[in-house]
Write a protein that binds this ligand. Structure first.
Ligand code: NAP
Length: 246
């Protein structure tokens, strides 16, 4: 069986590993945003398809039998393209989407719907911001010149970005201990994050709770309706291998 995984996440890599180990032919597609990505097992292709039509053509040409959208919950465009392309090429589609984070006792979360709203929420919440929303979209924060930012991302950002900003190049998983130390060392008093739901980056939320730091949490964008969803890699593997996707 030829499975195409739309990847770029830890779960996508684990899924490729698992299906490959079961003897399936797996191709993972990456957008090409990260300079030196962690490569999954199996075949890898890099770069856009040229919209839903391009993806549908690729599915037909490569005789893909199952398409799995294991992209990041904030990669909204490719998920809608996947739904359209799967319909056009008559290939069954499964989304692998981890659940969002759930606040616990002592959390001071401020949910917003966009990076622009996150920037609007910041003044008044804190002055030293730990920004973990990725290197894209920093323009939304560029006008906040009275605040100081610690921006963590895998690759260096490009302007426009805030004038008072230190860049920390790093990628998860992160530990609770290292996140606590980071908040402390930089005197962070507010955290901004997207609701990715990832276990690898969740310790920052626990560290913020322990330090009494408010969190501006960007809610997920809409996902296409009518696509079956698995919330764990194991569930996705079992649905693909049982042939229960149609
Ligand atoms: P996006 O806005 O949904 O997609 C924009 C365009 O990038 C798509 O139309 C598609 O181009 C191309 N693309 C996206 N994912 C692709 C993939 N896996 N393989 C081939 N082409 C892909 O996506 P994004 O937010 O820029 O994210 C890009 C990638 O980074 C995703 O694969 C995602 O899993 C990963 N990622 C994103 C975030 C985030 O916060 N957004 C965080 C971590 C990882 P064409 O229309 O030309 O096909």
């Amino acid at each position: 069986m030829h499975v195409l995984i739309l990847g770029g996440t830890t779960e996508a890599r684990a899924l490729a590993e698992s299906l490959h180990a079961r003897g399936e032919r797996v191709t993972t597609s990456l957008a090409g945003r990260v300079a030196a990505p962690r490569l999954p097992r199996g075949e890898v292709r890099i770069g856009g398809f040229g919209g839903a039509e391009g993806l549908a053509a690729w599915l037909r040409q490569q005789r893909v039998e199952v398409l799995i959208d294991a992209t990041h919950p904030f990669a909204g465009t490719i998920s809608f393209n996947a739904a359209r392309a799967a319909g056009q090429a008559h290939v069954p589609l499964l989304a692998l989407r981890r659940p969002g984070w759930v606040p616990g006792e002592g959390d001071d979360w401020h949910p917003v719907d966009s990076l622009t709203q996150a920037a609007d929420a910041l003044p008044g919440l804190g002055e030293r911001v730990f920004l973990t929303t990725g290197r894209m979209g920093l323009a939304s924060f560029a006008h906040l010149d009275t605040l100081w930012f610690l921006m963590r991302s895998v690759d260096a950002p490009e302007p426009p970005f805030p004038a008072r900003m230190e860049v920390l190049l790093d990628r998860g998983p992160f530990t609770l201990e290292s996140e606590r130390e980071l908040l402390d060392r930089h005197g962070i008093d507010v955290l901004v994050t997207k609701d990715s739901g990832a276990a690898a980056t969740a310790p920052k939320l626990t560290a913020a709770r322990a330090a009494g730091i408010p969190v501006v949490l960007v809610r997920r964008p809409p996902a296409p309706d009518g696509v079956p969803v698995a919330t764990t890699v194991e569930e996705a593997v079992s649905r693909v291998c049982s042939g229960g996707l149609g």
